[in-house]
Design a protein around this ligand. Sequence first.
Ligand SMILES: [Fe+2]
Ligand SMILES: [Fe+2]
Length: 131
Amino acid sequence: MPLFVWKKDYSVGVELLDEHHKNLFRIFNSLYENTMHSKEVEYVLPIIDELQEYTEYHFYAEEKHMREQEFSGIAEHILKHRDFIGRLKSLYSQYRHDDLEVTIELIVVLGNWLLHHVLEEDRKYSKIVQE
Ligand SMILES: [Fe+2]
Ligand SMILES: [Fe+2]
């Protein structure tokens, strides 16, 4: 069973951004599963790369949406995004094939951060929640 499953309750009311969140969960699951099955470094590092690239792509789209909606909490929200990018970069440098337990823990912590961020922070700009 995948670790992170997107549910309808997680919707931010913007189809494109919901799709992004689903894709982020999918990448996290693949990272988790491949690390659990002790795949080679050459196999796992590109997934961490993909996660970084996709996260930056998603944050850019989300920040654009918040600007368009003139969301008042944007500055604070952007800081949270920057913080997460920094954490992903450290995941890349800390990835150790010989210490998979640490890596798996880190993946779970980061995945939970993302889940919490979608539920608590992203939903603040969601019209569904505001109404
Ligand atoms: Fe988001
Ligand atoms: Fe966000």
